[in-house]
Design a protein around this ligand. Structure first.
Ligand code: UDP
Length: 269
């Protein structure tokens, strides 16, 4: 993203030059990894909303999202959800398996919020009678239109078998993460997942990819209903970085006094 150096400190630039950039997204950059079949996922401080119409920088977001996503992906793999995550490399980077991204955003909802509230004229905060899974076609040009299983299989974006796997994994992730966040006083309102295809000894399987962070989840404090996610940026609520930090702190992945205490991986793990 031009026009901002946030998340690209000087020492970083030399390092970056050594690796081939594969892709640059709104909040992350993918570089060629150290071994074939791997990529390095770099987390930027850049934030966008409303399909790129609102742009900004959330200081330190990349560092926190790298940690939060590492933590959640690791916990998920421990219960048997396959993910692309391999290991965190440093403050802003993680090593991931290279996958073929399925061009569908999978949204799981537990409570009415965001586009669902707008589209169906419902009040934000209304609990849903059961979790709802929605699909959106990944296309900035088309503004990520909502689609159904029919579109996904008819256009070959995923096979019916793959879609089955995706749906059951998404619901498993939802149950697990809902409980995990509940344990630290946070309600998991909704979130977005992305999946990819991974070839492993002649076998193809679906794994969880991208990231799971306050950029891709709605997280509300259980007691106060305060928003602890990207809606603070989208809706100019202020204290965005503090909210992200508080999520990390509650998950136990930041020291009590905040990110300034981070001296390196050794003190954190
Ligand atoms: N979401 C996302 N990326 C997107 C669209 C949505 O990470 O491109 C997340 C969003 O943060 C929220 C959930 O998916 O946790 C549902 O978003 P919604 O459909 O309500 O859209 P929004 O109101 O964010 O435009």
């Amino acid at each position: 993203m031009l026009g901002t150096d946030a998340g690209h400190p000087h020492h970083w630039k030399k390092k970056m030059a050594r690796r081939r950039q594969i892709y640059e997204g709104k909040a992350k950059i993918l570089y060629e990894g150290p071994e074939p079949g791997t990529l390095v996922q770099y987390f930027k401080d850049d934030a966008t909303a409303f399909n790129n119409k609102k742009k900004g920088v959330i200081a330190g977001k990349g560092v926190i999202n790298n940690r939060i996503s590492e933590y959640l992906m690791t916990r998920l793999s421990e219960i048997g959800v396959p993910t692309h995550f391999v290991r965190r490399l440093n403050m802003r980077e993680q090593l991931v398996r290279e996958v073929e991204i399925i061009p569908v955003e999978v949204v799981v909802r537990n409570i009415v919020a965001g586009s669902l509230a707008v589209r169906l004229g419902m009040n934000e905060g209304t609990p849903l009678p059961r979790s709802i899974v929605e699909y959106y076609y990944k296309s900035d040009a088309l503004n990520d239109p909502m689609i159904t299983e029919e579109h996904i299989t008819a256009f070959g974006w995923a096979t019916p078998q793959e879609l089955d796997d995706i749906m059951s994994m998404a619901l498993r992730v939802n149950d697990f993460l809902s409980g995990l966040f509940l344990g630290v006083g946070i309600r998991l309102v909704d979130f977005k997942l992305e999946f990819g295809r991974l070839w492993e000894d002649d076998q193809m399987r679906i794994v969880l990819a991208d990231e799971i962070s306050p950029d891709s989840c709605r997280l509300w404090d259980m007691k106060t209903n305060e928003k602890m996610d990207k809606d603070r940026f989208r809706r100019d609520l202020g204290n965005v970085e503090e909210a992200y930090q508080e999520v990390a702190r509650r998950l136990g992945i930041l020291p009590e006094s905040g990110p300034r205490d981070i001296k390196g991986p050794a003190v954190m793990q």
